[in-house]
Design a protein around this ligand. Sequence first.
Ligand code: SF4
Ligand code: SF4
Length: 103
Amino acid sequence: MAGTRDERISLRTRNDKWQKVPLRIEMSECINCDACLRHCPPHFGAIFNHGADVIIIPELCSGCDKCLPACPVDCIYPDPEWQSTAVPADWWDEPLSPEDPYR
Ligand code: SF4
Ligand code: SF4
């Protein structure tokens, strides 16, 4: 079921009870201000700095929308196609790393 963040990270899967689609950041519009990252609840902990990018790992994103009002340029969008575009494998280096902001 992946009910905890640690389980979702271990299994690389969403909680199957989540009804809403995850969100994604349009990198061509993002100004890397990190405001969204600070508004993602730690029990989800889905947003990371990854090199020069700010990313949302969809398997960790419940679609709670708490990050949306934080974004000054409105570049966070629903991602209904997330399953067909697997995230780059190196995105998974971020959760539980020393730089994980939600640890
Ligand atoms: S929708 Fe919620 S869980 Fe997903 S990235 Fe935004 S704040 Fe985090
Ligand atoms: S709040 Fe918006 S502009 Fe700032 S880092 Fe997040 S997605 Fe990018």
